[in-house]
Write a protein that binds this ligand. Structure first.
Ligand SMILES: [Zn+2]
Length: 350
């Protein structure tokens, strides 16, 4: 279930202001949905992106009224907040906070200090556009705020304890944990966390992300990202996966533990997006690794965010590669819990 854990529950949000300042076009643009909609004057129509309908006119948008309606399965409609609430499967208020964060940067400036940590990458919102004014965003280009690079770190954490029991409890072997350098950190900002090294496409260390070993206490986020680190610029394990022979599909999962588990099960060409949404940068990195016309298999979580993320990723990647979007729900909720035979069965059932 997708929840916005990073949002302070007492944060002030002016719904009226959000509705008047954020346009439905900006929101559709942000989800990269405008290309699936036909535009005539003030109106847009197309298949409904919320229930993923195929009827080409069921979903209708009025730019001037700043509202939308689905005349198909969801039968819903409303304003920009309603749309994000349904799309993200979060309460109305959390949706308004998200919109504020995405399109009204001055409102969320107070929370910048908190952005260094987040509850769970699985439920974090997709990486957003740079702070822009509504006018600029309405005519926005392809830039989704993922410019730049995560600079390589100038240090390595030397004192990590590499034999913590948590990775074993997730089914990872000691050898794999050692190979990937995942260790328990007893000092610094990741104190109490398992530090997971993140390397860029070239294999250079760009960050350590923290994972609390087990269920964190209330005051600790499950995952901790270093300040300034943009996870949308990286694909976990791509440096290694890209070196593997390309005669099998590149497997793409959401999380680090899913990825490591599949690597251990004999699928070294597996990478993780560090979340359920595919950024433009990640799209380019994956296509590059798969090669033109190469094969990509998506194994996302069997939940709403995963299915939505996978559908979007499949649509975009299939412009360059052969994409197979596997729903693992028949077997498990997350790829890391798949048994080897189940994985093989998923491979066979094409
Ligand atoms: Zn619908």
């Amino acid at each position: 279930m997708s929840t916005i854990h990073s949002m302070p529950s007492n944060a002030f949000v002016d719904f009226k202001e959000v509705k008047s300042r954020v346009s439905i076009l900006q929101v559709l643009e942000r989800y990269d949905l405008t290309r699936t909609l036909k535009r005539s004057a003030d109106r847009l129509s197309g298949p409904c992106p919320l229930h993923r309908g195929t009827n080409p006119t069921q979903f209708r948008v009025s730019a001037s009224k700043n509202c939308w309606n689905c005349f198909g399965a969801c039968g819903r409609g409303g304003n920009v907040i309603d749309f994000v609430s349904m799309r993200e499967a979060v309460p109305f208020r959390d949706a308004a906070l998200l919109l504020q964060e995405w399109f009204m940067p001055e409102k969320s400036a107070l929370r910048v200090a908190e952005s260094a940590s987040f509850q769970s990458h699985r439920s974090s919102p997709p990486a957003g556009p740079p702070p822009v004014t509504p006018v600029a965003a309405a005519s926005s280009s392809d830039d989704d705020g993922e410019a730049g690079e995560n600079p390589p770190l100038s240090f390595e954490l030397k004192s990590l304890k590499l034999d913590h029991p948590y990775p074993a409890s997730r089914g990872l072997s000691a050898a794999l944990v050692l190979d990937y350098g995942i260790g328990f950190c007893s000092k610094g900002c990741l104190r109490g966390y398992l530090a997971i090294p993140i390397r860029n496409r070239e294999g250079k260390l760009v960050a350590y992300i923290g994972r609390w070993p087990g269920d964190p206490p209330e005051d600790k986020p499950k995952y901790k990202l270093p300040k300034g680190f943009k996870k949308s610029l990286e694909v976990f394990n791509l440096d290694r996966a890209a070196k593997e022979p390309g005669d099998h599909a590149l497997l793409v999962v959401e999380g680090v533990f899913d990825c490591l588990r599949l690597v251990q099960l004999g699928y070294p060409r597996t990478v993780a997006l560090l979340g359920s949404s595919l950024s433009k940068r990640q799209e380019a990195l994956l296509c590059d690794a798969a090669g033109r016309g190469g094969q990509i298999t998506l194994l996302f979580d069997a939940d709403e965010a995963g299915r939505r993320g996978a559908a979007d990723a499949a649509a975009r990647l299939s412009r360059h590669c052969t994409v197979r979007n596997v729903d693992i729900g028949e077997f498990r909720h997350q790829p890391e819990h798949l048994e080897k035979q189940e994985l093989e069965a998923l491979h066979r059932n094409r």
